[in-house]
Design a protein around this ligand. Structure first.
Ligand SMILES: [Zn+2]
Length: 368
């Protein structure tokens, strides 16, 4: 029986930055295929995500009929710099060599799933039915999950997403909705030295608009941000165009709507007073979810944790994940921590102990 940490190290050595995930998805299809599990490529997703690989759905047919089918989900892509990862073993900790991320986000979850499935197959242990959903391009807008052909996972009611950081033993049962807001301010160009009075300065108008807006933490479940801004060509030209983007997140959809509208109207007001034109577009990215603590899925996770001697805690987050999309698709999903630390940085690392616990947990959910 292979060790989960060896499987993990093998996985992170296969590059899979968002969009270039083909080799890794093929590897997974081979590995699960070798165990005799049914592997289905969600070919239709490729065109919509722009990735070179499809989502992969793996089905475990179990013998136990007293439990419903359970889903586990993890994403196959990594952020940059994620090429040529050289893992370093430091005691119980696996880290990168410092030039790249490690890829425990999200291969810690994937390695644990594969390891648990291997154990079930190799030791011939009866399990319940399960589906493993491996999504592409999560890091660039949850694209694989958004474009997943849900007919391939029909009948699935409960799912555990393995894509949360921090020590093993926390499940995120509540996460916000997010609106992205694309904004454009049009002024009028003029020579800044010869006849500035003929111009309308779009940068000045946007600055006044943003200064008039509340950003950052709005309350305990609501945040807003202006994240990008582009405009202007040269110091001797009155700038006629600024494009900028912001976002609002809230676990309360009424607040999401209110804060989004406030951001737009407060910027619009100042921009108009400067005589410039204002255009905007609100793009709903994903919806909030909230799985109550007395839900059967949460109770089962806590019980399995107890048997392992782990005190599972529920919590909320300000971030979005595939979990939001799965919930939008009518599945009860929570996001579980695998022990990955400092993700999206070159100091990303994970304890082998947490990889083992994650695999043990999956095994227990599947076979208990
Ligand atoms: Zn992730």
């Amino acid at each position: 029986m292979r060790k989960v940490e060896d499987i993990f190290i093998e996985m992170i050595k296969i590059d899979s930055e968002s969009g270039s995930e083909k080799r890794f998805v093929n590897y997974l299809k081979d590995e699960f295929g070798k165990l005799g599990l049914e592997c289905i490529k969600d070919i239709a997703s490729i065109e919509k995500t722009g990735s070179d690989a499809p989502n992969l759905i793996v089905k475990l047919k179990g013998q136990k009929t007293d439990k419903t089918c359970i889903g586990f989900s993890a994403h196959v892509d990594t952020v940059v710099p994620g090429k040529d990862i050289k893992p370093i073993l430091d005691g119980d900790v696996i880290k990168s060599s410092g030039n790249t991320i490690l890829g425990s986000d999200d291969k810690s979850g994937i390695a644990a799933i594969l390891h648990a499935a291997m154990r079930i197959k190799e030791e011939n242990i009866p399990s319940r039915d399960a589906m493993f959903i491996f999504t592409t391009s999560e890091e660039v807008g949850l694209l694989g999950a958004k474009h997943l052909d849900t007919s391939l996972i029909e009948g699935l009611e409960n799912m555990i997403v393995l894509d949360s950081g921090g020590p093993f033993g926390e499940i995120i049962t509540s996460a916000p909705s997010q609106n992205s807001i694309k904004m454009k301010v049009k002024g009028k160009a003029a020579h800044a030295g010869l006849e500035p009075e003929k111009g309308l300065n779009a940068i000045f108008a946007v600055s006044k608009g943003i200064a008039n807006t509340k950003i950052g933490r709005i309350d305990d479940e609501t945040t807003s941000n202006i994240g990008t801004i582009r405009g202007g060509k040269a110091t001797n030209i009155v700038p006629d165009l600024v494009e900028f983007e912001g976002e609002v997140r809230s676990r309360d959809d009424n607040k999401l709507k209110k804060v989004t509208e406030e951001m737009i109207s407060s910027i619009q007001k100042e921009v108009k007073e400067c005589g410039c034109e204002f255009e905007y577009e609100v793009i709903p990215e994903y919806k909030a979810y909230n799985i109550p603590n007395d839900h059967e899925l949460v109770k089962e996770i806590i019980n399995v944790g107890k048997k392992m001697g782990v005190d599972i805690k529920t919590g909320s987050t300000g971030g979005g994940s595939d979990t939001n999309i799965h919930c939008e698709n009518g599945i009860n999903a929570v996001n579980m921590s695998t022990g990955m630390m400092n993700v999206h940085t070159t100091s990303e690392h994970i304890h082998i102990e947490d990889l083992k616990k994650t695999s043990e947990f999956i095994f227990n959910i599947l076979t208990n």
